[in-house]
Design a protein around this ligand. Structure first.
Ligand code: SF4
Length: 222
């Protein structure tokens, strides 16, 4: 059963998490909005750590849309081969660079509808770029935020877009981008998919999933 929280309780959770991860920021390494966009495309089904080990080589040869648009695909594949799905991703990032060059003069657009029209760019990728590179307010519902939103009772949905709509209703606009980053930090460090560290978690007293676990434990013992 997934419990839905009141706005006050949700705000209390986020206040604690923001204090805990006050230093949180996007963990991808990049030097421009273009490099962030490419790094986020590469990060699908892959850790940021692995992407950060790979992108310096890629950006050394192809630092911008103009150069990547003309890159031989075999060379790009070779440069990113340590990343999962590198064949598809190599094609996507070259196609993306070509569209940027042809339609946007090589500049990453700052509108959601333009970003999601680019090859390899979905709503999550677009929202990371809008929030991090352009400092716009955006929720990034990745696999961590998807899981945490339900565990913490912020949403009862599984679909990322529906979760985003629930989060939009629950929190103030100015907090969306930082809250996304903080929740992703918490998901990576403590509220992991398998064996979350609930007993050490700073928000366990507010967390409906932890309450539920305790009730189940008591029921088993009695
Ligand atoms: S108490 Fe457990 S399930 Fe709840 S947020 Fe913390 S780690 Fe996640």
């Amino acid at each position: 059963m997934i419990v839905k929280l009141s706005k006050n309780r949700a705000a209390a959770i986020m206040q604690i998490l923001c204090q805990t991860y006050h230093y949180a920021q996007c963990e991808l390494i990049y030097n421009s909005s273009f490099q962030l966009l490419i790094a986020v495309i590469l990060s699908a089904q892959c850790t940021d750590k692995q992407v950060n080990l790979t992108t310096p080589k890629l950006f050394k040869f192809y630092p911008d849309a103009e150069s990547l648009a003309k890159a031989p695909i075999d060379h790009v594949k070779e440069l990113i081969k340590s990343i999962g799905f590198f064949n598809v991703k190599a094609q996507n990032i070259i196609n993306c660079a070509q569209v940027l060059r042809e339609k946007y003069q090589g500049i990453v657009p700052n509108k959601l509808e333009d970003l999601i029209s680019l090859p390899g760019v979905g709503r999550k990728t677009a929202n990371v770029v809008l929030g991090v590179a352009f400092k716009q307010r955006a929720w990034t519902v990745d696999t961590h935020l998807n899981r945490l939103a339900r565990r913490l009772g912020f949403s009862q949905n599984n679909d990322p877009y529906k979760i985003e709509l629930d989060l939009i209703k629950l929190f103030k606009t100015q907090d969306w981008t930082f809250y996304s980053i903080v929740l992703i930090f918490h998901g990576r460090r403590m509220c992991k998919a398998q064996n979350p560290s609930c007993s050490a978690c700073p928000v366990n007293k507010f967390c409906p999933s932890f309450d539920q676990q305790k009730r189940q434990f008591k029921a088993i013992k009695s």
